[in-house]
Ligand binder design. Structure first.
Ligand code: FAD
Ligand code: NAP
Length: 534
């Protein structure tokens, strides 16, 4: 790589919730910033995932930025859980309102980053071959942004249309009159299946593993409800900041088995009626105590059986291979009810595995299903995929791909020993995907802004994680996870969904509030665990 004339204090890669706020905040602190985004607009997750039914599973009024009181007062959310078009519109509004578009280059994928030891700068290269340099490189490339395309035999022979939920076309896809297959029953599949079923002639759902899904209980936000939320926003945000998962709600502060049967049933029913991912918040020990978890599982199993009726179909839909909450709980609208429709068929791949695609359909060990379109809701190379997709080389010519060969190692999920002035947002080792991710993005960006300001004030050139601090952090993250039920699922949290990926539990399970407190404490002690030059 050669030096480029284009040099900045900070390069931010990615313009989702994390990158967009990083550009805004760091620029407001007086640093020169250049953002790069592979997509053609801001939005990140909400730019790419345009599949039918895509919506947030954290309430929109909380799954939104808190850094500007004016912003939170002026934006009008229309639903409890907004759909993808509304969230994308919100992010475009933010980018316009804070004049962020001028600092971001779109259709610009970063492919390489090399640390130039002499100049103490990152040399950044785009897919187009264009280059620039920056003192600080911030990767806001997303924990769920690298689609996982399954290796199904015969894919290239299939003559129909293939859609990946996370690469959905910008133009409307019309399934009217079609026979459609969906592979995958994670959150994306579970959200899209009911909507596709309403439009197409025949829907085949190919399920490898049944997942826990709790009805989102989505509804329109009335004027009155929204006004009330806005009037109490500062308090609502304070409660969210002090919460484990970054939402303002607190429920029963005790374990499942500390209450009698009646109270337990009431609590689970309330949680079901509240809807969605909050189900794991109904008691304090659902993802920590196996016996407590079984009560929650039994409750949800009973609900599924009651909706489905037919015992054989219900049995196929019951999640049985992992504790509730050990994989991300899905939040649906009419998911189980969809299987009562005449035009929907569930194919249980554990009974009849998938064999191949052929020119006009999809084949299992027992049956050929003729289809016009195939929808892949098959997930992501999560948490490390987007960092490792960039060829990153540190000062001693080591690559991040080699450094993380045995699994990711970070300090606070924010920095990697051996890579000065490189910062990850929502990196492995941070709470990221286990909490409200707009809240986690704001917390990390604010903290990073303080670190950069500290460097400037003390005339320091570089900050780098100490290997010992990193080792201790990795150990701490693993130790916390080992006391939970998260280790009992083959989840993408563990990298289990990607063949050959090292099995390491990646997110920090201690919760956003504990993480925030720790990060603040580290900053207050002159950034313990970092070494500086300058
Ligand atoms: P992203 O939004 O993924 O943005 C990363 C951006 O970086 C992308 O636009 C990508 O194009 C760009 N990029 C990546 N690599 C490069 C590169 N090399 N060069 C240039 N650009 C690059 N979380 C919640 O907390 N609540 C929810 O309700 C919720 N719903 C979700 C629904 C879906 C369908 C999905 C997939 C995820 C959901 N998540 C949710 C998780 C979601 O990913 C985060 O909430 C959040 O949007 C992540 O923001 P981000 O900025 O970190 O990453
Ligand atoms: P996912 O949870 O990883 O689900 C992928 C699905 O595809 C699983 O059912 C998986 O089965 C199946 N699959 C993968 N490869 C397959 C193959 N070769 N053959 C058959 N089935 C295969 O991915 P996702 O649904 O996109 O969700 C990822 C995460 O994004 C969520 O956990 C959540 O954090 C976030 N998200 C949130 C929302 C929301 O509600 N707001 C919506 C979408 C996504 P196995 O389980 O057997 O591997």
């Amino acid at each position: 790589m050669q030096d480029s004339a284009d040099s900045h204090d900070v390069v931010v890669v990615g313009a989702g919730f994390a990158g967009l706020y990083a550009v805004q905040h760091v620029r407001s602190l007086g640093f020169s910033v250049q953002g790069f985004e592979a997509g053609s607009d801001v939005g990140g997750t909400w730019y790419w995932n345009r599949y039918p039914g895509a919506r947030c599973d954290v309430e929109s009024v909380d799954y939104s930025y808190s850094f500007s009181e004016e912003l939170q007062q002026e934006f009008e959310w229309t639903e409890r859980f907004a759909g993808q078009p509304e969230i994308l519109r919100y992010m475009q509004h933010v980018a316009t309102r804070f004049d962020l578009y001028r600092s971001i280059q779109f259709d610009a994928r970063v492919v390489k980053a090399r640390y130039d030891e002499q100049g103490r700068r990152w040399q950044v290269e785009l897919e187009s071959g264009a280059m620039c340099s920056a003192r600080f490189l911030v990767l806001a490339t997303g924990p769920l942004s690298v689609p996982l395309v399954p290796e199904v035999a015969g894919m290239s022979t299939f003559e129909g249309s293939v859609y990946q939920t996370s690469q959905w076309p910008k133009t409307e896809v019309d399934f009217t009159g079609q026979r459609v297959a969906v592979i995958g029953t994670g959150s994306s599949g579970i959200q899209s299946i009911p909507v596709i079923a309403e439009q197409c002639d025949q829907l085949y759902v190919f399920q490898r593993t049944a997942n826990f899904s709790i009805p989102a209980q989505n509804s329109a936000l009335t004027r009155e409800a929204l006004d009330q939320i806005k009037a109490n926003y500062p308090e609502r945000r304070r409660l969210a900041r002090e919460d484990r998962i970054g939402t303002p709600y607190r429920y029963r502060p005790y374990g499942v088995m500390e209450v009698d049967e009646q109270e337990r049933a009431r609590a689970f029913e309330e949680a079901w009626q509240r809807g969605g991912t909050h189900f794991t918040k109904s008691f304090t020990d659902i993802v920590r105590n196996e016996d407590s978890n079984k009560y929650a599982v039994d409750f949800v199993h009973r609900k599924i059986k009651a909706i489905i009726g037919d015992p054989e179909l219900a049995d196929a839909l019951l999640p049985k291979d992992h504790p509730l909450g050990s994989k991300r709980i899905c939040a649906d609208t009419n998911y189980y009810q969809t299987y009562l429709r005449d035009n929907v068929t569930l194919i249980d791949l554990q009974r009849t595995p998938l064999v191949q695609l052929y020119d006009t359909g999809i084949r299992t060990t027992t049956t050929d299903y003729p289809i016009d379109s195939l929808v892949l809701a098959t997930g992501f190379d999560a948490l490390t995929g987007s960092f490792l997709a960039i060829n990153i080389t540190g000062p001693r010519h080591q690559t991040l791909r080699d450094t993380w060969r045995g699994g990711p190692r970070t300090y606070l999920g924010l920095a990697v020993a051996g890579y000065p002035n490189l910062f990850l947002l929502s990196g492995p080792g941070s709470p990221s995907v286990l909490a409200n991710m707009v809240a986690t993005a704001e917390q990390q960006v604010d903290w990073l802004g303080n670190l950069l300001t500290h460097l400037r004030q003390h005339h320091l050139t570089t900050a780098e994680a100490d290997p010992t601090a990193q080792d201790q952090w990795v150990e701490h993250v693993n130790e916390l996870a080992s006391h939970t039920l998260f280790m009992k699922a083959d989840s993408w949290y563990l990298g289990a969904n990607v063949p050959g990926k090292p099995r390491v539990f990646m997110p920090y399970v201690g919760g956003l509030h504990a993480y925030r407190t720790l990060c603040d404490d580290i900053a207050a002690s002159d950034y313990r665990g970092f070494s500086f030059t300058g």
